[in-house]
Design a protein around this ligand. Structure first.
Ligand code: 6PG
Length: 243
């Protein structure tokens, strides 16, 4: 596993601005190579700021958003029109304004579209196998105060799931039902970017980056992103305060 890279920015706005700039540059490079890069977006509070910065950059920085394939690291199993869906927020604030190709935006099925959360996870896994290149160019992950990433929570059986997408029915973070990429899927990314803001995450960040001894991913899921994956921690001063 490569050593994690760490960037510390003044505040959440500077953090989101830095991630947006890095993302458009990386995707433009991939497109220069003739690739159609795959990105897994995140939910959570930092996502709103990131979407705003990405839309502000628009199409002026080389990335052709219509040639990017979008996924989500996790999604809440709620009705398609619910304010709680990560995809709905991303479409409104970012994907629609920048002109993403709807045929390349792959959402987790909503609660009013399939029978249950297990069916949603199975359908998402099938779509990933059929339309995913098998490797994300970038996976974006928020981190919870308990060190969770996507909807992979400490001590949860989903941490050991051997598939690529897993149903969670008892998320400690509401809403309770979710679909999440698994570590198998996350660890197939070329790079994983953790985007973490605020004092509440400082402990989780310090634990996830601890080396002696390293954190147990069952206790700090953010530490479960391993393998040959490049990892970058985009932090602000508060979330970096215990490093
Ligand atoms: C979700 C997110 C989740 C989030 C973290 C951090 O759907 O809730 O994907 O993994 O990224 O919980 O969220 P906050 O930044 O809002 O604490």
């Amino acid at each position: 596993m490569t050593e994690p890279l760490i960037e510390v920015h003044d505040d959440a706005t500077a953090l989101a601005t830095a991630v947006a700039g890095a993302l458009v540059a990386r995707l433009a490079d991939a497109q220069e190579r003739g690739e159609e890069p795959q990105v897994a977006l995140t939910g959570g509070s930092i996502a709103d700021q990131l979407h705003h910065q990405l839309t502000r950059l628009g199409n002026d920085h080389g990335t052709d958003w219509a040639r990017v394939v979008f996924w989500w690291g996790d999604e809440r199993f709620v009705a398609r029109g619910s304010d709680e869906r990560n995809a709905g927020a991303a479409r409104a604030a970012f994907l629609d304004p920048v002109g993403a190709d709807p045929g390349k935006v792959h959402e987790v099925p909503a609660a009013d579209e399939v029978d249950d959360v297990a069916a949603a996870a199975a359908a998402y896994a099938t779509t990933l196998r059929e339309h995913g290149s098998g490797e994300f160019e970038v996976v974006l992950l928020g981190v919870g105060p308990d060190g969770h990433v996507a909807s992979l929570f400490p001590g949860h059986p989903a941490l050991d799931d051997e598939g690529i997408a897993v149903a969670v029915t008892d998320s400690p973070k509401p809403p309770p039902q979710r679909v999440s990429l698994t570590f198998n899927a996350l660890n197939r990314a070329r790079t994983v970017w953790f985007i973490v803001s605020g004092e509440a995450k400082a402990e989780a960040v310090a634990k996830a980056l601890a080396e002696h001894p390293p954190a147990d991913p069952h206790e700090v899921p953010a530490a479960g992103v391993t393998g040959s994956v490049e990892t970058v921690w985009f932090l602000d001063r508060e979330s970096a305060s215990k490093l």
